[in-house]
Ligand binder design. Structure first.
Ligand SMILES: [Cu+2]
Length: 141
């Protein structure tokens, strides 16, 4: 009887641990617009933070561009302009969308052509979740 009880407790603990590990920050729907060498492109995705802790996207890096910046597009009167972001907060239990006309990872000065179907890597650096390597697919918008 005692033994059955302790097995039960162990199963509960295992269940709790796997529930916790499933609740990690994740990034999905990763894609980039096509571009040619020396021009610019942008990377889009969705960050999902199911955890109880706020996180912050601190920076992004990639070898396919000379510079990589966090930007947000916004309307200034009739003109769409891009504003560099020092970082992007990802609050607890929220999703943050990087999408056309909004937040994006700007690839400045491409070191190679990006054609539809190509894949490359972008690294995101989060305050809590740490470094995350994304497989990016180039796609027509
Ligand atoms: Cu931009």
């Amino acid at each position: 009887m005692k033994r059955i009880a302790s097995v039960g407790i162990i199963l509960i603990l295992v269940g709790l641990i796997s529930a916790c590990s499933a609740q990690a920050l994740s990034v999905s729907d990763v894609w980039a617009r096509p571009g040619t060498a020396d021009n610019n492109s942008a990377v889009y995705f969705v960050i999902d933070n199911p955890t109880a802790a706020d996180d912050v996207l601190l920076s992004a890096s990639a070898t396919v561009a000379q510079a990589v910046e966090l930007h947000e597009s916004m309307m200034d009167g009739d003109v769409m302009k891009m504003v560099p972001q020092e970082n992007v907060p990802v609050p607890a239990r929220e999703q943050v969308q990087f999408k056309q006309g909004g937040l994006h990872v700007m690839l400045i000065g491409l070191t190679q052509d990006l054609n539809p179907g190509d894949h490359f890597t972008v690294n995101l650096n989060f305050e809590n979740a740490g470094e995350m390597a994304l497989d990016v697919e180039v796609r027509e918008p």
